[in-house]
Design a protein around this ligand. Structure first.
Ligand SMILES: [Fe+2]
Ligand SMILES: [Fe+2]
Length: 480
């Protein structure tokens, strides 16, 4: 096991694929099917252009990427695991303290397969959701970023397929096929999780998705990176290094939208940041609509964490398969036999916090960690508002707002967490969620801007180029 990646073979890897004939054959048989999927469901209309992409060449935290122009179908996808840690022991659950497993314990096979398939399914799903965004990119810089995110999500699929094919025999090979068969938003064969069947029709949605939904990915990967099944843990650790960039694209994308709107409000002397029409007259995304987009994406993403109180999550924790965020920094026995955790619940007509057994509230805790991380992002966006002296602040909706899964699935609440009757909700939801008119306004802004160094009117340029490239760098070579 090396930190350097072998690029001499068809499938770049650092898992010794050359010596594992059976696995290599399985992966090589899957590759053309993956490519079919990529060319039919990946970035639409841009497969023949050279894109300035980074490729992982090592799994060292330092200097693991190489940048260069490549056509996306020629991207060197592969199988990359973070290095094995000598003597690593299991950090939580029933098997705490035992050496990590290099093979799957028979009794956990089904549970582990399910965890891997669910994670794996999200990866191609987001590529499908984003496939039309190239056409309306606000700049070549942004176009390149969506493609970078897409090829990496493709590689994350490879990572999960590797685990399925190496450790799950024929079942695993079938699951690997199915991952290429389901389609985001398809009525008959949808992707497994709700948020991954929503459309990502515009760039505001894309930046919200990469801010919040890729951040769910971060927390799921962090929890799986704790796994007693070492190959899964190591795969997830490497995937997390790539996830950082996806969240960066999202956070800075929204920040640049906010900056541009503030700039225009100030230039035009618009005093009321809630004056939607005034902002729209100048072709920028008004702040109330940005808030509505936040509300929508956070709610849909919170559903991805599953029910706050969950037997499945308890079982996976107990089996030492899926841990908590930064397990090693938590000060408890890591087995949770007698611990409790405060979970928000509906009691009568109020939302109250109740202490419930910590083992059953693993999902609640992970989503709390997610919310804390999101709050840091909101701070950054609010700094931009403050820096421009704009009297408006963005906020996260309460976890009870617009939920379809878990404790709040059956109730309605305001973004501040006040419970509402169905009638009140029906009357007022337009105040908090993007309307059709809001969405079509956003869509109307989505005119491509492909001249190097230029940006659409509704978004500010980034602070710096990719890999230190100058402002007018041609990240995607559209001219032949
Ligand atoms: Fe991913
Ligand atoms: Fe991602």
């Amino acid at each position: 096991m090396d930190t350097q990646v072998n690029y001499d073979s068809l499938i770049p890897n650092n898992v010794g694929l050359a010596a594992d004939m059976k696995l290599r054959r399985a992966m090589e048989r899957w590759y053309p099917k993956y490519l079919d999927w990529w060319t039919s469901m990946g970035p639409n209309g841009f497969q023949d252009y050279e894109v300035y992409l980074r490729t992982a060449i090592s799994v060292d935290p330092e200097g693991w990427a190489r940048f260069g122009f490549v056509k996306m179908p020629d991207y060197r996808w592969g199988v990359l695991l973070a290095p094995q840690q000598e003597g690593r022991t299991i950090a939580f659950g029933q098997h705490k303290g035992e050496p990590v497993w290099q093979e799957i314990p028979g009794e956990y096979r089904a549970m582990l397969r399910r965890l891997i398939v669910i994670q794996g399914d999200t990866e191609p799903a987001s590529v499908e959701q984003q496939r039309f965004l190239g056409t309306t990119a606000p700049s070549l810089y942004d176009m390149r970023n969506v493609f970078q995110v897409n090829v990496e999500e493709g590689r994350h699929l490879w990572a999960m397929v590797y685990l399925l094919q190496k450790y799950f025999g024929r079942d695993g090979r079938e699951e690997a096929e199915d991952l290429l068969q389901r389609r985001s938003g398809d009525e008959d064969r949808p992707r497994i999780l709700g948020a991954f069947n929503e459309a990502t029709p515009d760039w505001v949605s894309f930046f919200m998705f990469t801010t919040f939904t890729d951040r769910d990915g971060k927390f799921q990967l962090e929890a799986l990176a704790q796994s007693g099944f070492d190959p899964l843990a190591r795969t997830c650790r490497f995937m997390l290094t790539e996830e950082g960039h996806h969240m960066f694209v999202g956070r800075t994308g929204v920040e640049r939208i906010v900056q541009r709107t503030c700039q225009v409000l100030n230039e035009q002397g618009i005093d009321d940041p809630n004056d939607i029409q005034a902002a729209r007259k100048h072709g920028v995304v008004d702040l109330p609509t940005i808030q509505k987009k936040i509300n929508f994406h956070v709610a849909v993403t919170l559903d991805l964490f599953g029910a706050e109180i969950s037997t499945n999550a308890a079982n996976a924790f107990n089996a030492s398969l899926k841990g908590r965020f930064r397990e090693n920094r938590i000060d408890d026995d890591h087995q949770l036999a007698n611990e409790t955790y405060p979970v928000s619940q509906v009691v009568g007509d109020r939302i109250v916090e109740r202490d419930v057994p910590a083992l059953s509230s693993i999902n609640a805790r992970l989503s709390d960690d997610f919310i804390a991380d999101c709050n840091n992002v909101l701070k950054r966006w609010n700094w931009a508002l403050k820096a421009h002296d704009i009297d408006f602040r963005l906020s996260l909706p309460h976890r009870a707002f617009n939920r379809a899964v878990g404790e709040f699935a059956e109730v309605q609440a305001t973004p501040q967490g006040k419970l509402l009757s169905e009638t009140e909700w029906a009357e007022r939801q337009g105040e908090w969620l993007p309307s059709e008119a809001d969405m079509s306004y956003i869509l109307s802004l989505m005119q491509p801007c492909t001249e190097p160094g230029r940006f659409a009117n509704w978004i500010a340029p980034p602070r710096a180029g990719i890999n230190g490239m100058p402002g007018d760098f041609e990240y995607v070579k559209l001219a032949a």
